[in-house]
Design a protein around this ligand. Structure first.
Ligand code: HEC
Ligand code: HEC
Ligand code: HEC
Ligand code: HEC
Ligand code: HEC
Ligand code: HEC
Ligand code: HEC
Ligand code: HEC
Ligand code: HEC
Ligand code: HEC
Length: 330
């Protein structure tokens, strides 16, 4: 009787699929692969978890649309409930709460998911070696399984639960538009693990940055060595109190390496050719200068409140031939 019903339904499903694939999937798909018999038994004691495992739930829909004769249920993730239904204990069932399941290692809980989401998938390839797995973070630390499909995808908020320091970084004056929702943690990190440091999506930091900031990739006729080496020498990844995500303000940023430029490296030194009116004297030089005629402060207008990149604007590299290109002036 059951069998005939199934075949009938499947035949009808095929017709419906031809008519409208999407409609068929969302409306009738669940009848096939999802074993509602098991769910009904659990429902006696776990009504909430059963009702929120229907409708728009990704697994419920995916399994329901299966027509391969295989059966999926609550037990696909929680393991057999036979003993548990009798003793009603936490030990007899695989749960995902880190506190209640403290005796069950995180890796064992994750293994439930990996039976299907094999670690040979591109995204999950380095899960086992990954820093989260090694630190007892399980799939369910980030992914919610009960509820609609919108709940399946972890957001930045999910990450902030544990990475509070990053939350404070992205709230700084200059930041990647993460809270604004234009860039997500997942765009730059593979939370499932990578072989390199910090779970970065790219062979190294620069390769990651080039993905979105393609203009910085070059190659340039005149490259700036630290730029080609590592963007992080001058920039913060998440946020900074200095404009343009800089690690430090100019000119200090540049002076870390250019203490002895051909022109004096400190433009705020009035004895340099950057001041309009260099005073005589020996160091330390005054930081402000009074003009001899009207008493006004004189500082090169090009330098007020600005930095080295006011002139060296092509700081990431230049394609202009000659000295101006070599000095990143144009
Ligand atoms: C007769 C009642 C009953 C039935 C039927 C039942 N459970 Fe439970 N289940 C419980 C009780 C009671 C707890 C809470 C144990 C505790 O917190 O001490 C529980 C806890 C759980 C937990 C939480 C474990 C954790 O670590 O947080 C899961 C998961 C679970 N049940 C799954 C199932 C599944 C799946 C089924 C159906 C196969 C099922 N239960 C059937 C009574 C039941
Ligand atoms: C019995 C097999 C099976 C098990 C067990 C399973 N999944 Fe899935 N999962 C699927 C299928 C099938 C889909 C539908 C999408 C697909 O084909 O990848 C899916 C979808 C997902 C998605 C959404 C992917 C997307 O692109 O939107 C996530 C996230 C996910 N599963 C995580 C988990 C986690 C976490 C666990 C363990 C708590 C788990 N799954 C257990 C089979 C399974
Ligand atoms: C540290 C948090 C975190 C952990 C732990 C985690 N995930 Fe994810 N997972 C994510 C994020 C973030 C996404 C991307 C969601 C999106 O598309 O916006 C994702 C996406 C996925 C997807 C869809 C991938 C695709 O191909 O598009 C699957 C499937 C998945 N995770 C399964 C798992 C499984 C299985 C585990 C445990 C072995 C796990 N995840 C552990 C955060 C996590
Ligand atoms: C795809 C894997 C998966 C399936 C299938 C699944 N669950 Fe869960 N279940 C989880 C995860 C992960 C959690 C932890 C909370 C969450 O992610 O929503 C959980 C939590 C629970 C809890 C404990 C709630 C708590 O916070 O203590 C119960 C009870 C439960 N599930 C019962 C069921 C029942 C009954 C079914 C069948 C209708 C079912 N689950 C199907 C993965 C699954
Ligand atoms: C624009 C790309 C980008 C985005 C978006 C991003 N990160 Fe990062 N993150 C990086 C880079 C690059 C590093 C490595 C920094 C280094 O090597 O100095 C890093 C490092 C980290 C680290 C380790 C070291 C540290 O600085 O604390 C954590 C944890 C981290 N990110 C979490 C997050 C979280 C959580 C989010 C989302 C709220 C996020 N990241 C968003 C690029 C990004
Ligand atoms: C349940 C807590 C938890 C959640 C949720 C979580 N993480 Fe982590 N994460 C950790 C722990 C623990 C480490 C190990 C290193 C440490 O202690 O910072 C880690 C490490 C990392 C690192 C590597 C840091 C390094 O120094 O190499 C990155 C990057 C990272 N997480 C990103 C994320 C992103 C992105 C998300 C959200 C998708 C996320 N994490 C969600 C707990 C968590
Ligand atoms: C996933 C895409 C993406 C990646 C990867 C990325 N960025 Fe960005 N970046 C953005 C977006 C979007 C903005 C904001 C642009 C805007 O608002 O016009 C931005 C802005 C910036 C800014 C200007 C910030 C400001 O205050 O105006 C700097 C500097 C920057 N990124 C550096 C980096 C560095 C360094 C890396 C590599 C660690 C990187 N970005 C990786 C997308 C990305
Ligand atoms: C030697 C220090 C230094 C290094 C290394 C560096 N930058 Fe910058 N970057 C700056 C400075 C300084 C500014 C601000 C320029 C200004 O204010 O005119 C800036 C601004 C930016 C901006 C925003 C303005 C724009 O030009 O689009 C982006 C995006 C950016 N950098 C990306 C990168 C990337 C990607 C890398 C690595 C390939 C990198 N930077 C390496 C110094 C550096
Ligand atoms: C981490 C060290 C470092 C930082 C920080 C740095 N530079 Fe450089 N810069 C170099 C190196 C190395 C060269 C190549 C020098 C050479 O080839 O002799 C270079 C070359 C230059 C040149 C080309 C002139 C020449 O001698 O080849 C200019 C101009 C320059 N940098 C300006 C700046 C400015 C402006 C800043 C700040 C926004 C800055 N640099 C930050 C290391 C740095
Ligand atoms: C008013 C414009 C201007 C400002 C501001 C400026 N420079 Fe220059 N800089 C130049 C020009 C023009 C040259 C090329 C000089 C030449 O042709 O001899 C140059 C040359 C250089 C050189 C290469 C020449 C050498 O002798 O090493 C370095 C390095 C340099 N500047 C670093 C800096 C740093 C660091 C700052 C900020 C502290 C800075 N500059 C501020 C205009 C400026």
């Amino acid at each position: 009787m059951m069998k005939i019903n199934r075949i009938k339904r499947r035949g009808w499903l095929n017709v419906a699929l031809i008519a409208s694939g999407l409609f068929a999937l969302s409306q009738f798909g669940f009848a096939n692969g999802f074993d509602t018999g098991v769910a009904n038994k659990c429902k006696e004691c776990h009504e909430k978890e059963v009702t929120n495992f229907t409708g728009d739930n990704t697994h419920f829909r995916a399994w329901g649309s299966r027509t391969d004769g295989k059966s999926y249920s609550c037990e696909s993730c929680h393991g057999s409930g036979e003993k548990h239904m009798k003793d009603k204990s936490v030990e007899s069932i695989i749960g995902f709460s880190a506190e209640k399941q403290s005796k069950r290692p995180a890796a064992e809980r994750s293994a439930q998911c990996l039976t299907c989401h094999s670690t040979t998938s591109k995204e999950l390839m380095f899960w086992t070696q990954g820093i989260h797995n090694r630190n007892d973070v399980s799939c369910a630390s980030c992914h919610t399984m009960h509820g609609g499909s919108d709940k399946m995808k972890p957001s930045s908020e999910t990450c902030f639960k544990c990475h509070k320091d990053v939350k404070s970084q992205v709230g700084k004056f200059s930041h990647h538009p993460i809270i604004e929702g234009k860039v997500g943690c997942n765009d730059c990190h593979n939370p499932h693990g990578t072989t390199g440091a910090s779970n970065i999506r790219g062979d190294n930091v620069n390769q990651l940055c080039y993905k979105c900031h393609t203009d910085k990739r070059g190659p340039y006729l005149n490259g700036h060595a630290p730029v080609e080496e590592n963007c992080m020498t001058c920039h913060k990844a998440h946020g900074s109190q200095h404009a343009m995500l800089l690690v430090e303000r100019q000119p200090a940023l540049c002076q870390n390496c250019h203490a002895d430029a051909g022109h004096p490296s400190n433009p705020y030194d009035r004895r340099t050719k950057f001041g309009n009116n260099s005073p005589a004297g020996t160091p330390p030089y005054p930081t402000t200068v009074t003009a001899p005629l009207n008493g006004a402060l004189v500082v090169s207008a090009r330098l007020v409140g600005r930095g080295c990149t006011n002139c060296h604007g092509m700081i990431h590299g230049s394609n202009t031939p000659g000295t101006s290109g070599a000095y990143f002036v144009r």
